[in-house]
Design a protein around this ligand. Sequence first.
Ligand SMILES: Cc1ncc(COP(=O)(O)O)c(C=O)c1O
Length: 372
Amino acid sequence: MIPQTSPAAGYAKNKEQIDAAVARVMNSGWYILGKEVENFEKAFASYVGVAAGVGVASGTDAIELALRACDIGPGDLVFTVSHTAVATVVGIQRSGANVALVDVDPRTYSMSPDQLEQTIRSAADGSHGRPAAIVPVHLYGQPADMPRILEIAKRHGLTVVEDAAQAHGASLQGRPAGSWGQAATFSFYPTKNLAGFGDGGMVVTDNPKIATRIRQLREYGWRDRFVSAAPGLNSRLDELQAAILDVRLESLDEDNALRRRIALTYDEALCESPLVTPCVRESAEHVYHQYVVRSERRDELRDYLSQCDVGTAIHYPVAIHQQPAYQNRFLGSDRLSQTEDAAGKILSLPMYPQLEQDQQDQVIQAIQYWCT
Ligand SMILES: Cc1ncc(COP(=O)(O)O)c(C=O)c1O
């Protein structure tokens, strides 16, 4: 079976360096928030082109902590999309803020700026909370329409926290994903473009006050050791993950280039098929965390590919506002037609840097045969 993603193939690629990094940490006697985390925070912030990075325990925690550090919490309303990992909404809710959902652009699957405007207008009476922030998601590895989103945010006085969990190394107009908002959040979950072998996340920001607050909040709200200045939590990146991530950061650009090459192969082979292939925003550097096609007969295609030993996935089959936990809970839930349409038609093909040429051919041949 060709897997849809393969963290193990990523380990095999850099096994020697990763094993050496793990051994170094194990022998150091220091396992939480030490030199490895500090080094990796600096290296990743510099990669994104911002002043500071603060390592935390997951991408979900990163969203909660970034919002809290921007003074967003109970009584506030945060605008995001319903077509995303449920983690986006979990992180917002855990900050204490309410959620408003915005429909996506059907071609890029990221937040529609026009719909954002409308949803902000519909929140003007304040009954769902004070409009306070926007969390755009750079879904599948492509930046959202940040110039327009920033312009809307400025006009309405809203903070922007980018959810860049799927977009390590992506950029728009030459500006990296993660460097547009007041803060941005990343996940290092094992299937991400930059991945650890466990949970991990980071908030990056140019604002030293936000960085300092997150450093406190991630460790019991400590201002100094054993002195809590604010009610915090335990959300620390560990030394092992940081050391591994530092090794893997070195090959991130190369890995992303491999993903782009695979995407190009898929694009060329499927351009005449009835499937809708990914649409890349003008002047965007897409890093293909996922390669997502769209089909009116998605479930049939998925079953057929499974019979051909081709693994696929659906990101995401149930939109946030249709999840049992969140049905009819959020402002905007009745205006998400593009989100609902996409959920029934999208399919993620195998995509990871080590996907071999013959495996790509097998995926393509199976799809072409199904299309005839
Ligand atoms: C868009 C998005 N946001 C947030 C997250 C949360 O990251 P984590 O799983 O590290 O908590 C993920 C990853 O699953 C994600 O894909």
